[in-house]
Design a protein around this ligand. Sequence first.
Ligand code: ZN
Length: 425
Amino acid sequence: MARSWLVGWSLLAMSACAIDDVVDDPADATWLDGKADGASAVNVKDTHLAVDLATHTAVASIELEKIGNVALEAGGLHITKVSDERGKRKYKIVGGKLLVANVHGELVVEYGFDGHSKADGLLPGGSTVVWPYFCGNLFPCHSQPADGTQFTLELDGVPQGKTAVFPAAIDAEAPPYMLAWAVGSYTKKSLGTTAAGTNVSVYYLPNGLSPATTGTQHLVQAFDWYEKTIGPYAFGHDVASVSVVWGEGLYGGMEHHPYWHVARDAMNDEVTHVHEAAHGWFGDGIRLRCWEDFVLSEGTVSYLAARSLGQVAGPAAEAKVWTEYKSELDQAVIDGGAPAWPTGCNQIDILKDKLFTNLPYMEGAYFYKDVAAQVGADVLDGVLHRFYLAHRGKAAGMQDMVNAIKADTGFDPAQLVKDRLRKKF
Ligand SMILES: [Zn+2]
């Protein structure tokens, strides 16, 4: 997610819950009162989606981590049939959740879905956005970022003359909001291949070649720098920036790896491209343990966007990014919101409680810049590298990062945490 991504949100507070007591009838709702606690839920392992864009129908085949009672967010879906390995199953929809008791084997859900206009599902421009917790408008899901899932996706009914850009498979655990597709009149331009063999491209819309070329001029080198400095990329060997039409009020990009989206109006902005690319390591590659850890995703990639451009485009390019960040930080402080790193775990609603402001992005970026000033930017690169290797494919929190900085460098960032991350403006 890029900075300045301002939307009129329709707000849905959701949390999934499921516990282990085995009951066969979802009408017996005693188990539904279990705590919405990721540790006791039957989590999603794999999500296989077959979507027909012509009819707005889909089949989701969901592999769970174990047998048990399942509660999946599905508030925006019109469910027509639910089955598992024992055949057709009874189900209930309560409070936007699909409830199925005692699921054995793969859970198969047949459903219809609607278009959405507030960045909360399939958008009129042909692309999807389900961040932060709107996956239930597109497929049955747990929206918590800590619950990683692998994906396969098939898209039928793509209008003639249009191209659908989407990953057929995501073979590493990803947060539920990572999956997306984009349908449009795309032209693909290959940008090059990194030393690790990752092919980097850009998909642009009509009349979009010039801004796409400007915005991606260092994208291959930046991606190469991430691979060499942070670690191996998790989501395949083909990646791309994809121009999308989000409509009025939307700006920036979204970390839909391996084909991350960039708003058409931001296609000429290098920072947006390298920011979204960096989410392949932080936010997607390493997931958030709690929404309160949002700064581990956005602060880290905002820092990495500046750092990577400095390394591949030169110190002047990096200085320009920090000048831009400084004015964004000043404005974010004036606008206020939740602290960049609130205490607690999944107690906050990232939208309603105003954690989704520029504070986690910019205070987060400056937190790392201040650490780099103390320990050296190259030493901090090493911390990020070791952190990635330790946590990739899993969920982590900002406290883990603070601990890693202290353990690896001897520098205790406690005062910076207090002044930048915990402070409320
Ligand atoms: Zn972002």
